[in-house]
Ligand binder design. Structure first.
Ligand SMILES: [Zn+2]
Length: 241
């Protein structure tokens, strides 16, 4: 079964004191004749996401499955674009989202608007399941209780989302922001490293985890931020990767 994957939007390891930027990785997987989208980004990502999909030769209506790694707004809020797709999320995560667990945990990254939309739409999967030929779910709890990645075994790739937000946190064994369990989050680093040769992070470039705990990026890109912070001065671009 032919399979490949393509990063449609690169994860960016940046934050601000004004609030989360939320620039997560969005990945297109082609498994046989099926198009699977892993996470969707947030509304500010909508135009670049649609542009990137078009460049990949896929129309929104041709996405068969949208797999949501977890319920945070920066990963889920473009789901309504994919009207024909099955929307999948882990049962444990949906339980956290629909039974008030996120409020009890003080999790600020869940959108009530998504919950309302998703209630009649989501299909639930376990953390160890084949959702398409050669595409397996992998439970990576810690950041949230039901965070779930996808293993593409024939490619040696794990889409880890926020279980591994960025390579710096991974190498320094700093857990991502935790709304479930720090212990589980650190254990998920081990699980992720053992599951693949290449980890696609939630908010960073993909890297190769080495046995000695280091990380080597396997891809590079540039993201720039425009700022016009002086009415009389030039508009400046800040390169952040
Ligand atoms: Zn998250």
């Amino acid at each position: 079964m032919a399979m490949d994957f393509q990063i449609l939007l690169p994860g960016v390891p940046a934050r601000s004191d004004r609030g989360a930027l939320g620039w997560c990785s969005v990945v297109l997987i082609r498994a046989g004749d099926r198009n699977i989208l892993f996470d969707t980004g947030s509304p500010g990502d909508r135009q670049p996401l649609l542009r990137s999909l078009t460049e990949a030769g896929v129309k929104p209506g041709e996405v068969d499955t949208v797999f949501l790694s977890h319920g945070h707004y920066d990963h889920v809020l473009n789901v309504p674009l994919f009207s024909r797709a099955d929307i999948l999320i882990s049962r444990t995560e949906w339980d956290y989202l629909s039974n008030g667990g996120w409020q009890a945990a003080g999790d600020p990254f869940v959108s009530e608007l998504f919950l309302e939309w998703a209630a009649s739409r989501v299909g639930l999967v376990s953390g160890d399941e084949e959702i398409a030929p050669g595409v397996h779910t992998l439970a990576l709890p810690g950041h949230t209780p039901g965070l779930t990645g996808l293993r593409l075994d024939s490619l040696g790739v794990l889409l880890a989302s926020d279980a591994v937000k960025n390579a710096h946190e991974y190498v320094s064994r700093t857990p991502p922001p935790v709304f479930h369990s720090e212990e589980a989050a650190l254990e998920s680093y081990q699980i992720a490293a053992g599951a693949a040769e290449i980890i696609v992070c939630g908010h960073d470039r993909p890297f190769r985890p080495d046995a000695d705990g280091t990380a080597v990026y396997v891809d590079q890109w540039t993201v720039e931020v425009e700022t016009a912070d002086d009415p009389h001065g030039p508009v400046r671009w800040l390169r952040i990767m």
